[in-house]
Design a binder for this molecule. Structure first.
Ligand code: IPE
Ligand code: IPE
Ligand code: MG
Length: 257
């Protein structure tokens, strides 16, 4: 269900239900220290651990992290292999901790491009943690917003061809239900670290009504306080979803979600 259609778009305590993050700046963080980019990616993994734990403790429902984009294959071969290796090692090491902490892990993106071993780790990790309730951690790997929308249409077309779905006009809800994020609320808060102010083909459909937060902090330096600052900025905003400010203020009287 899209946040824009959902009357419960903010939890009672004003926290975003779903935070989506483009974790950018690992390379520059390493370069500033005259170290290879790999060093920055390793430091980035440590920041991931902190932010996942902090999000679960704060009561965030869904955290989506952009780990590898469909465009990142364009990087030098050595960097791509390093990122794959880091991904495999991190998952192998962390899945049991995530499971112990009651965190449900889900991967979005075209995983068919990954080595079989990695695909297997992903599938097993999802199966092992599927009933966990503290936080849903969504890892976007070989993900692209264009890919996501295209694969949703492909699914709908295929289902209509086989009769699994009756022929019907394509509605936004039907598209949402076939995106890789089906069943999850849309992001309320979108964060990008590293100073760039662009979406880089992340959750194009799902970010329709997200609040955007950009920070110059490089991802390895992003910590619990940085996340608190982003959430505080979110709390200070008035989400109108097309309504007027007055309608939102007098919600009880006239607000029609
Ligand atoms: C983000 O950091 C991590 C990935 C894309 C995997 P970058 O590697 O893009 O870092 P910068 O932008 O070069 O500093
Ligand atoms: C986006 O970062 C992808 C991830 C963080 C995984 P990039 O650093 O690849 O984005 P661009 O290419 O600078 O837009
Ligand atoms: Mg970058």
């Amino acid at each position: 269900m899209a946040a824009a259609d959902n009357p419960d778009f903010i939890t009672q305590n004003g926290l975003p239900r779903h935070i989506a993050i483009i974790m950018d700046g690992n390379g520059r963080w390493a370069q500033k220290r005259f170290m290879p980019r790999a060093f920055g990616h390793q430091a980035g993994v440590k920041a991931v651990r902190k932010i996942v734990e902090h999000s679960a403790n704060k009561g965030i429902e869904v955290l989506t992290l952009f780990a590898f984009s469909s465009e990142n294959w364009r990087r030098p071969k050595e960097e791509v292999s390093l990122l794959m290796k880091l991904f495999v090692e991190t998952l192998k090491r962390e899945i049991s901790t995530l499971d112990k902490n009651n965190i449900c892990v889900r991967f979005i993106g075209d995983r068919s491009a990954f080595p079989d071993t990695l695909q297997q780790i992903m599938t097993e990790g999802e199966a092992r943690t599927k009933d966990n309730k503290a936080l849903t951690l969504v890892i976007a790997a070989n993900y692209g917003g264009h890919w996501d929308i295209a694969q949703a249409f492909q699914k709908v077309v295929d289902k209509m061809a086989t009769g699994e779905l009756t022929k019907q006009p394509i509605s936004p809800l039907l598209v949402s239900e076939h995106l890789s994020t089906a069943g999850l609320p849309d992001p309320d808060l979108f964060i990008r670290t590293g100073g760039e102010q662009r979406v880089s083909n992340f959750l194009l459909w799902q970010l329709a009504y997200a609040e955007f937060y950009f920070t110059d902090t490089l991802w390895p330096d992003f910590n619990q306080n940085s996340l608190n600052e982003a959430i505080n900025s979110f709390k200070g905003r008035q989400r109108r979803f097309g309504h007027t400010g007055e309608q939102i203020l007098n919600k009880s009287a006239s607000f029609q979600p």
